[in-house]
Structures are given as C-alpha cells and as structure tokens.
Design a protein. Structure first.
Length: 244
C-alpha cells in the first residue's frame, strides 16, 4: 500500500523550472512542506505563492557550498526535520570535447556531481538521527549508455549512478533510501524547449520526449512506495526512445 506523503518535508533543488517545478507542484497536492531552491529567487517566490502548501524559498547557487549549506540549515530551522532531499539541479552542455569551453564543462561537473554529493552529505546526519529519510537524485539515461555528442554530461550522470549504487548500501541499515530517476529526453529548458507551444505539443501526444510532469509523477511514485521498498533506478523513456 502506498505511503502517505502528507507533511513530509522535502528539499527540491532546481525548483524554478522543469522537473523541479513540476515535482513541487505535485508534492504540494500531496500536502508536503517544501523548500524550493534555485538561483532565481523571483521564479521561486512566484512558484511558492501559487502552491497551496507551506513553501520556504531558499535561493542557492549549486556551485557555492555555503549556499547549499544555508539551504539545508534554513530547512531544519523552519521545519525541524528533513524527510526528503531531491538533488535535481543540473545543466546540460553537449558538443565536441576538444572544441568545448573547459570552464563551462567543469562548471557542469560541479553542479551535476558536486552539488549532488554536497546535498546528500549535508542531510545524511539528520536523517540518521531521525532513523529515516529519502534521497533522490535526478540522473539520466545518459548515466547508463555512452553518448558521443554529450561526453562530459554523460560522464557526470555515470558518476551520479555509481554514487547512488554504492552509497545506497552504506545507508540501508540507517533507514535511508537512496534512489535515482533516469529519464530519457525531456521537453523542458534543459533540452532547449523554451517555447510553451513546443512543450504543449509534446504534452498533447508527441512521443519523442517526456514531459516534466511525467518525471514528477515518477518521483512521487518512488517516494510513495512502502518503506520496505527501495527503487534502485527508475528509468523512464518516451515511446520513440525505448530501444536505447
């Protein structure tokens, strides 16, 4: 039987758009208390005002360790606990490695890997003290296959998968679940979808991409499983990509 998510305290990084925003909207419907984190405070404030739940806005740059720590500290001060850390923030830089901007590629690694590690490392002590907690990382199908046109992005997601697979076992005895969502291509800003009409077309039945809402529903499904159940990796793909 699915467990209730009501009153769960959830931190979502990358909450100002895409999967993070869609996940926040879904969790608000389930009665969760939220910490919304991203660089854009204006977008976070607008989202928090729309949600029918208690939402803490915590502007944070995921390349700045002090920002990540402040996000966690503010959540603990406001709500007294942290039930779920959704390390969702990420950026996408494709292209030929030799011709790429090395600083931009290293920044991607700091966000896609470094921020995930920091987020998890900061909440694990609190979750151990509680005897329960969930850490969810937003990975990618790129974490399972080597994609030539996005070598460093793919490498970052392979690293996220290895982290999840190894640390999961270390946390099992503490009652902490570590799970990863690995979507295929998603029609959101990360993949270059900035026009609402394009996103609406995908939502209306285009099978080449997932929607952010598809991913958010998958995340809710993962969290809703009984505590005895850990979803190791949940891979979701658009119908036209199922042969990867």
């Amino acid at each position: 039987m699915p467990q209730s998510l009501a009153d769960k305290v959830v931190i979502i990084t990358g909450a100002s758009s895409g999967i993070g925003e869609a996940f926040a909207r879904q969790l608000a419907l389930h009665g969760c208390k939220l910490t919304l984190a991203a660089r854009s405070s204006d977008k976070l404030e607008a989202l928090a005002a729309e949600l029918a739940t208690e939402a803490l806005v915590a502007p944070a740059d995921m390349t700045v360790p002090a920002d990540i720590k402040k996000m966690v500290d503010l959540t603990q001060e406001r709500f007294g606990r942290i039930d779920v850390m959704c390390a969702n923030a990420g950026i996408y830089v494709p292209g030929d490695f030799a011709d790429g901007d090395i600083e931009e590629l290293i920044r991607m690694l700091k966000i896609n890997i470094g921020a995930v590690l920091r987020c998890a490392h900061l909440v694990i002590p609190q979750m151990k003290a509680q005897g329960t907690g969930d850490i969810i990382v937003t990975s990618s199908i790129s974490g399972f296959i080597d994609i030539q046109w996005e070598p460093i992005y793919s490498a970052s997601k392979h690293a996220v998968q290895t982290f999840a697979h190894t640390v999961r076992g270390q946390l099992a005895g503490a009652g902490i679940r570590l799970m990863s969502l690995a979507p295929g291509q998603v029609a959101n800003q990360l993949w270059g979808f900035h026009d609402a009409a394009d996103i609406a077309r995908v939502s209306a039945g285009d099978r080449s991409h997932l929607t952010s809402e598809d991913c958010a529903e998958a995340l809710v499904y993962m969290l809703s499983q009984p505590r005895r159940v850990t979803i190791r990796d949940l891979v979701i793909l658009p119908q036209n990509q199922v042969n990867v």
